[in-house]
Design a binder for this molecule. Sequence first.
Ligand SMILES: *[C@@H]1O[C@H](CO)[C@@H](O)[C@H](O)[C@H]1NC(C)=O
Ligand SMILES: *[C@@H]1O[C@H](CO)[C@@H](O)[C@H](O)[C@H]1NC(C)=O
Ligand SMILES: *[C@@H]1O[C@H](CO)[C@@H](O)[C@H](O)[C@H]1NC(C)=O
Ligand SMILES: *[C@@H]1O[C@H](CO)[C@@H](O)[C@H](O)[C@H]1NC(C)=O
Ligand SMILES: *[C@@H]1O[C@H](CO)[C@@H](O)[C@H](O)[C@H]1NC(C)=O
Length: 378
Amino acid sequence: MHSTFTTAATIGLACLSAVSAAPWGRTPPPSWYIAHPSPSTGPEEPFKFPLQNGFPNVTNPSSTLNVIEAQAHGTLPNAPPPPAINSANTFTSLRLIAFNEITEVAFFTELIDNITSNVPGYEINDSEGGRDFILETLTAVQAQEELHALFANEVLALFNAGPIQPCEYEFAVDTFESAIALASTFTDVVLGTLGDVVGDFGADGDTDLIRGVASVIAQEGEQNGLYRALQDKVPSALPFLTASTREFAFSALNQNFVVAGTCPNINTIDLPIFGALTVVTPPTTPTNQQVKFSFQSNGTSTSGLSLVYINQQNLPIVEPLTDISTEDGVVTFTAEFPGATNLMNGLTIAAVATGSNFTSADEVASATLFGPGLIEIN
Ligand SMILES: *[C@@H]1O[C@H](CO)[C@@H](O)[C@H](O)[C@H]1NC(C)=O
Ligand SMILES: *[C@@H]1O[C@H](CO)[C@@H](O)[C@H](O)[C@H]1NC(C)=O
Ligand SMILES: *[C@@H]1O[C@H](CO)[C@@H](O)[C@H](O)[C@H]1NC(C)=O
Ligand SMILES: *[C@@H]1O[C@H](CO)[C@@H](O)[C@H](O)[C@H]1NC(C)=O
Ligand SMILES: *[C@@H]1O[C@H](CO)[C@@H](O)[C@H](O)[C@H]1NC(C)=O
């Protein structure tokens, strides 16, 4: 319907500027709307699976899968699966991918529901077709995420490695703008993390999986171009996107979205969940500035700890913790954010880690106690 990206961005901005206007009544879902919201979801209740189509269990592939594929504008890969998986570490990556993609399905299903039913904060002015365009896009994205999850879970099932089952989820947003900003941030984390995953596939000799996952990296990048344009940001954030690791992604999903104790087989995912790190005064411009952080103390001494930033594909930036204070079990400190010196646009991952000399995101993750703190600039 809107064939140029310029049009899409303009429409997105036009409808965003109208979102804050007063509600103007309910409109019926557009006729192409064939998403399948979870029947058990109330607005304030945690999101629960299965979807109406049975996802994440697709019991009748010939009909249900065809509907998902039509909605996704494409199919699951039909090439033969790899004859063998060399490394247990590869199963960890596939489980993380499924865990993440199922969370994304929950998010986009709930977001579509909120927009479709004009939940306050999600009312989009359709005078220029923006609401239809956004719903059409999110409906494709929801189905595409379903296929990403099914892909990972099917490989796990094929090798009797236990497909990942869904948890219950809560997303701490209540407006369209905050939901899109959140989608952009978690998509940035996924983009960086899948780089870690394909690196591991290569190192472990499971190279047959690299192309499929690399295609998903690009796919998520296309999505993020729109989420960024909707926030009036240049669609392509950086020349080289920020590296992340599986540990940071797994920690962020659990710290921010998953209702603790609701995941049937999360114990099969061999990754740590770090303590949470709060960015108390998130920087909004790439200037050199002092930033305040906090974490829940558990008696860990702060001596020997550093605040480490990961941005783009650069060496991790290490800063000392200053102005440390502890009150009611919460440790608060300040660290320099050298935004101008290092042109720190896009996603920055902050972590409190042991040591002060790191040459890669992997080394930071190995030494992290608290993180990731997620900072988005421009
Ligand atoms: C999916 O199927 C498995 C195996 O039958 C079952 O244990 C699980 O509860 C189902 N999940 C959902 C969300 O229905
Ligand atoms: C949907 O709206 C409800 C009610 O405001 C909110 O609690 C929930 O976080 C929203 N979900 C998304 C994905 O925006
Ligand atoms: C919707 O947007 C159009 C064009 O920008 C504007 O004229 C109209 O007043 C808006 N409607 C509401 C209810 O905000
Ligand atoms: C405190 O929490 C960190 C991060 O979760 C953990 O690595 C560390 O072992 C904990 N220390 C104590 C004393 O419990
Ligand atoms: C930092 O680590 C690298 C690689 O482990 C090492 O070569 C280098 O000497 C270390 N630098 C400092 C200042 O400790």
